[in-house]
Ligand binder design. Structure first.
Ligand SMILES: O=C(O)[C@H](O)[C@@H](O)[C@@H](O)C(=O)NO
Ligand SMILES: [Mg+2]
Length: 382
């Protein structure tokens, strides 16, 4: 078996999610955005797919790196192909990113599953068929009755509990919100949600990513009084020493890193430097399902949980195949958006959640995405 082609289709679809200047999502009017579908084809005609931001799989990256490594190779040689791509990163002038490695790794897993008519989580070795989800709320905003006040967060927390969530994570207010960041307002929003949902719902925070050590300490101490499960990314994750200081000075578990580079290698350093109590990984953060699984196993070896960043089929697969993730991050959520409406390019949600707050893992072949190829091919932009 050999890979004979790697191609990218860019298509447009309609969404009400808009990105702010920090890359965080907020609701807005329907608008068209572009998305890419990477396809890897082998000489039997089997195909594997993965969705990506178009710039992550732009022609330069595909032609100069991905095709050079993959074409002519065995599609089942995922580990060697990942290692080969990873070794091309250093000389790529930062053009070959972990995001691209993630897309390629996922598409290779998808090809294997579709070819063998097996779901990927069973190829890897399934641990569970369903997992509890926490509702991951969008960053705060200044929209009337949106997420503009602590009371807005409290009301939305109540709505999420009624939907079945047993855990809720707040992303609080950050620039470009005019008056953000503000530790005291963060704590007011957290207190309003705790008041609204009661003591038995698990609560977490993912705060402004650039607080100082003393601001993060003030936030953490306040969360301890509110019985939060963890504090996430309150400071720049490029300083693991700051997180080691914070973890030393707080009782509430410190979780990370999410956005720090370095794949599973840097996450090993976060463990040995005691920079976190709960580790974090994410398929798109560490370069694919394969390195995300390595990160989960690394954490397990140290008796640690590792929480997985982000929604979507690849992250759900990692959660399905490991014991030491407590949650699936379902989101991002907002009072003005109906998450269960899904997307035009998928015929079904990849992460349906029952009324008890469990997301059920698909047994469809591959990554389990029911892709609407007719929609994609009818909305190509390039
Ligand atoms: O834009 C981001 O930083 C992410 O979407 C982030 O808001 C969210 O996914 C996250 O941090 N989850 O933990
Ligand atoms: Mg986060």
């Amino acid at each position: 078996m050999k890979i004979i082609d790697v191609n990218v289709r860019v298509f447009s679809h309609t969404t009400r999610r808009h990105q702010d200047t920090a890359g965080h999502a907020h609701p807005g009017p329907p608008h068209k955005v572009n998305l890419a579908l990477l396809t890897i084809v082998d000489d039997d005609g089997a195909e594997g797919y993965c969705f990506a931001a178009p710039e992550v799989v732009r022609p330069h990256v595909i032609d100069k790196f991905v095709k050079k490594v993959l074409i002519g190779e065995d599609p089942f040689a995922r580990e060697r192909l990942w290692q080969d791509l990873a070794h091309w990163q250093r000389g790529s002038a930062m053009q070959l990113t972990d995001r691209t490695l993630a897309i390629v790794d996922c598409a290779l897993w998808d090809l294997a599953g579709r070819k063998l008519n097996m779901p990927v989580h069973k190829l890897i070795g399934s641990y569970r068929e369903k997992i509890p989800a926490y509702g991951s709320i969008m960053c705060g905003d200044e929209l009337e009755n949106g997420l503009a006040t602590p009371e807005d967060y409290g009301r939305f927390g109540e709505m999420l509990v009624k939907r079945g969530y047993k855990g809720i994570k707040l992303h609080t207010w950050m620039p470009p919100v005019s008056w953000a960041p503000d530790v005291k307002m963060d704590l007011k929003a957290c207190a309003a949600v705790r008041e609204a949902v009661g003591p038995d719902i698990h609560l977490m925070i993912d705060a402004f990513h650039w607080y100082t050590r003393t601001e993060a300490l003030e936030l953490g101490r306040g969360l301890e009084k509110l019985g939060f499960d963890w504090i996430e990314e309150p400071m720049d994750e490029q300083s693991s020493a700051s997180y080691a200081w914070l973890a030393e000075n707080l009782d509430i578990p410190v979780l990370g890193p999410e956005s720090a580079g370095g794949k599973h290698f840097s996450r090993a350093e976060w463990i040995t430097s005691k920079a976190c109590d709960i580790l974090r990984t994410g398929v798109h953060d560490v370069g694919g399902i394969s390195p995300a699984m390595k990160t989960m196993h690394l954490a397990e070896s140290f008796g640690m949980n590792c929480e997985i960043h982000g929604n979507g089929a690849p992250n759900l697969i990692v959660a399905a195949c490991t014991k030491n993730a407590k949650w699936y991050e379902r989101g991002l959520l907002h009072p003005f958006l109906e998450y269960d409406d899904g997307f035009e390019y998928l015929n079904a949600l990849v992460d349906p959640m029952d009324e008890d707050g469990f997301v059920h893992i698909s047994d469809k072949p591959g990554m389990g995405e029911d892709i609407n190829f007719d929609f994609i091919n009818a909305n190509l932009v390039e």
